[in-house]
Design a protein around this ligand. Structure first.
Ligand SMILES: [Zn+2]
Length: 292
C-alpha cells in the first residue's frame, strides 16, 4: 500500500487513525518544562513558514504544494499543543509528510514519536541523531549524558531516516537542506530552506542550539566538543540567512519581534545568523574559562 493510499484510508477512517494516537507516551519533568510548555499562539513567520511551537520550545511548520513539513516536536507533552496550533492555522496535521529534528534531546525530540504515530510522516535526522532518536537515550558522548540513569531519555522514534550533511529533504517543491552543526550534541542539524512571498524569496535558517551546557564532569575543551562548536558557529555565520529561527524562541528574540510586528516583518534580519554565532562563541569562551 503506498503512502497516498494509507493517507486516504486514514482520512476516511479518521476515528481509527486520528488524534487518539496523539496521546503522549510520557510526560517529561524538568525544572523549566512547565514554563517551556505554556501555550503560544501560532503565527506566520514569512511566506511558507509558520511557528507552531510552545512558549519556550520551537516547532516550525513549512507549507508545500504537496503536504506539510514539521521541524521539532518539543517535549512529549508538547505534541498535543503543536497539533492544536497546526489546526488553529487551518492546516491538517495528518498532511505532515516529513518531521525534521534539530537535535535529539528530550525538549525538542520528545514529542516526535507521537506526531509521527499520528501523521505517519517520515522522520529525518543526521546519522548520529538518527541513532539517538531510535533508541530514545543519549549516547555516552553526549554532553548531557549521565551514566546509569534515565535522565534525558524520551519516547524512541521508529524508522528514522539519516540525511547526510548537505543533503535535502524534499516535499513537493520545497527542499530543506541538512547542515550538520555538531557541538551542543554530536547529532545537531541546522535546517535551511527558501520562503517566498510577494515575489520575494528569503533564506530561512533554523539554526540548532549552540549552547555549551552539559551534565557535571563533561569537558567541552578536552572532548573536542569546543572545536566542533567553533566550526559549527562559523558554518552558521556563513549561511545565506534572512530569517533566523532556532529550537528555543528566546535564542532568536521571538517575543520581542512579535511585539514589533507593526513595523514590517521584524523576523527579517540578514545579520541575525552572525549575531547568533558570535554570542555562541562568547558563551563557549566563558564555559572554557570555567573549565580551566
Ligand atoms: Zn539540547
Amino acid at each position: 500500500m503506498n503512502r497516498k493510499t494509507v493517507f486516504l484510508l486514514c482520512t476516511a477512517l479518521l476515528a481509527a487513525c486520528g488524534p487518539r494516537e496523539l496521546e503522549p507516551d510520557a510526560r517529561y519533568e524538568c525544572e523549566r518544562c512547565d514554563e517551556w510548555n505554556e501555550p503560544q499562539e501560532p503565527f506566520r513567520v514569512h511566506g511558507n513558514t509558520w511557528y507552531v511551537g510552545t512558549d519556550g520550545l520551537s516547532a516550525i511548520l513549512i507549507e508545500t504544494d504537496d503536504g506539510l513539513i514539521l521541524i521539532d516536536g518539543g517535549l512529549p507533552q508538547s505534541a498535543t499543543r503543536i497539533d492544536a496550533s497546526i489546526r488553529a492555522l487551518g492546516f491538517n496535521p495528518l498532511n505532515i509528510r516529513a518531521i525534521l529534528v534539530s537535535h535529539p534531546h528530550y525538549d525538542h525530540a520528545g514529542g516526535v514519536a507521537a506526531m509521527q504515530r499520528m501523521s505517519r510522516a517520515n522522520v529525518f535526522s543526521s546519522e548520529t541523531g538518527a541513532l539517538t532518536l531510535s533508541s530514545g537515550r543519549l549516547g555516552a558522548d553526549d554532553p548531557q549524558y549521565v551514566a546509569d540513569t534515565d535522565e534525558g531519555s524520551f519516547p524512541p522514534v521508529e524508522n528514522v531516516t539519516a540525511i547526510g550533511d548537505g543533503e535535502f529533504v524534499s516535499v513537493g517543491s520545497v527542499n530543506v537542506k541538512a547542515n550538520y552543526t555538531p557541538g551542543h550534541t554530536q547529532g545537531s542539524v541546522t535546517w535551511t530552506w527558501e520562503s517566498c512571498a510577494l515575489n520575494t524569496c528569503l533564506d530561512v535558517v533554523y539554526a540548532d542550539s549552540l549552547t555549551a551546557v552539559s551534565a557535571a564532569g563533561f569537558s567541552f575543551g578536552n572532548s573536542g566538543a569546543a572545536d566542533r562548536m567553533i566550526e559549527s558557529a562559523g558554518k552558521i555565520a556563513d549561511l545565506p540567512c534572512d530569517i533566523l529561527l532556532s529550537p528555543h524562541p528566546f535564542f532568536f528574540g521571538m517575543y520581542d519581534k512579535l511585539e514589533r510586528r507593526e513595523e514590517g516583518n521584524p523576523f527579517v534580519n540578514s545579520l541575525a545568523c552572525t549575531f547568533y554565532a558570535e554570542s555562541a562563541l562568547d558563551w563557549l569562551e566563558q564555559r572554557l574559562k570555567s573549565e580551566r
